[in-house]
Write a new protein. Structure first.
Length: 386
């Protein structure tokens, strides 16, 4: 564009003001890039079971509702089911409330189905034969300095044992995740024996939180899911069979509506950004009234003046937005492993597209009034100081 050097000079006429405005835009789009990535990650996928190799069967009412253990043999009998395992949420803590990590009791064959975990067979065998045995992820073991043979004094927050919250567990195995991108999250887990939990806790018996079902053919996922849910239809423990990603989303949604939270935060951020950037552009045009009049004297048309201010506004927002989204793309891969799966490992394409649309829309909105003022400017009035 032949006028770009002029637009650039106008944009940085007041460098301090422009840089502070630019910093605000960068911050807004950095937040947008990270938060909207979370929203997209939770909203996308998991809504269909078609093509799933594993299904998670949980209560239709809420994942906090348990299911009877007697469903396991019934699920195994369904055509297309290759294997079934189960787990029960425990929710204990280690030493302090802030030391929270996922922990639950699992069936003896749990690691047969969780093929994404690498663990020596002898450790799995020891786990099955040790009543108070526990297996943890490598990241968790490194965090607390645990090694094989250590006793982990887990404290119950839901299920006491013999009137006490003490659940001492013997560490008999440490697993690694095959997926390096999600290893830091997946390796922050502890598993204990379901039979030990079931026999020892004071309140609940013969119950599990969810079943994990491995299929012989992913193409049979929809049919198998419907057949599993039909087992408990019209009972007091109706089930909902879904993909693992959908189950994880439902688990997080028990604590908060991610979409609503993200939308509310970003609405407030961008409303403030509109006011700030709009004020910057209006002030910049006010200060340049004599200069704009000079340009009109030199032959710049009203349409050209309108275009110059509009493009200046879009360039300002576009530059800050691009930097902000770029920083989000750099930050997510670093931060995601430390957030237990809350942050995705990259900025999804949908977020990039929405971000680009927002850049154009915000640039147009904040630039339209100053641009119209520049367009309607009368040379005589401007040079006369009126």
């Amino acid at each position: 564009m032949k006028y770009f050097s002029l637009i650039w000079a106008q944009l940085f006429r007041s460098r301090t003001r422009t840089l502070f405005t630019l910093l605000s835009i960068v911050t807004a789009f950095l937040l947008f890039g990270m938060l909207d990535s979370v929203r997209v990650a939770f909203a996308s996928g998991g809504n269909t079971v078609a093509g799933a190799n594993r299904l998670v069967v949980a209560s239709r009412l809420s994942i906090t509702q348990s299911l009877p253990i007697r469903l396991e043999p019934q699920i195994r009998q369904i055509e297309g089911v290759q294997d079934v395992t189960y787990a029960m949420w425990f929710g204990g803590i280690y030493q302090d409330q802030k030391n929270f990590f996922p922990n639950f009791s699992v069936a003896p064959n749990y690691f047969d189905l969780m093929t994404e975990f690498e663990i020596p067979k002898d450790q799995v065998d020891t786990f099955r034969n040790t009543r108070t045995g526990a297996i943890v992820g490598e990241s968790l073991a490194k965090q607390f300095g645990w090694k094989i043979g250590d006793t982990i004094p887990l404290q119950a927050t839901i299920f006491p044992r013999g009137g006490s919250n003490d659940w001492p567990l013997q560490l008999v195995g440490i697993f690694k995740s095959k997926n390096t991108a999600t290893a830091a999250n997946e390796e922050r887990q502890l598993m204990m024996n379901w039979k030990y939990f079931d026999e020892s806790n004071d309140y609940i018996k013969n119950q599990v939180s969810w079943y994990t079902v491995r299929l012989d053919n992913p193409d049979h996922a929809s049919r198998v899911a419907q057949a599993i849910d039909a087992i408990s239809a019209n009972s007091d423990h109706e089930t909902k069979s879904q993909t693992e990603s959908a189950f994880q989303q439902a688990f997080i949604k028990q604590f908060a509506d991610i979409g609503m939270i993200v939308t509310s935060i970003m609405g407030a951020v961008f409303f403030t950004l509109l006011l700030l950037t709009g004020n910057t552009m209006a002030q910049a045009v006010r200060e340049r009234v004599p200069e704009l009049a000079t340009l009109k004297t030199l032959g710049f048309t009203d349409g050209t003046m309108l275009m110059l201010v509009m493009v200046e506004s879009i360039v300002l927002v576009g530059l800050g937005g691009a930097i902000g989204l770029g920083l989000a793309a750099l930050a997510l891969p670093v931060m995601a492993p430390q957030t237990m799966g809350l942050l995705p490992p990259h900025v999804p394409a949908q977020t990039w597209i929405v971000g680009l649309v927002l850049i154009v829309v915000i640039g147009l909105v904040v630039g339209v009034l100053p641009a119209l003022r520049a367009k309607r400017l009368k040379i005589v009035d401007a040079l006369a100081g009126r």
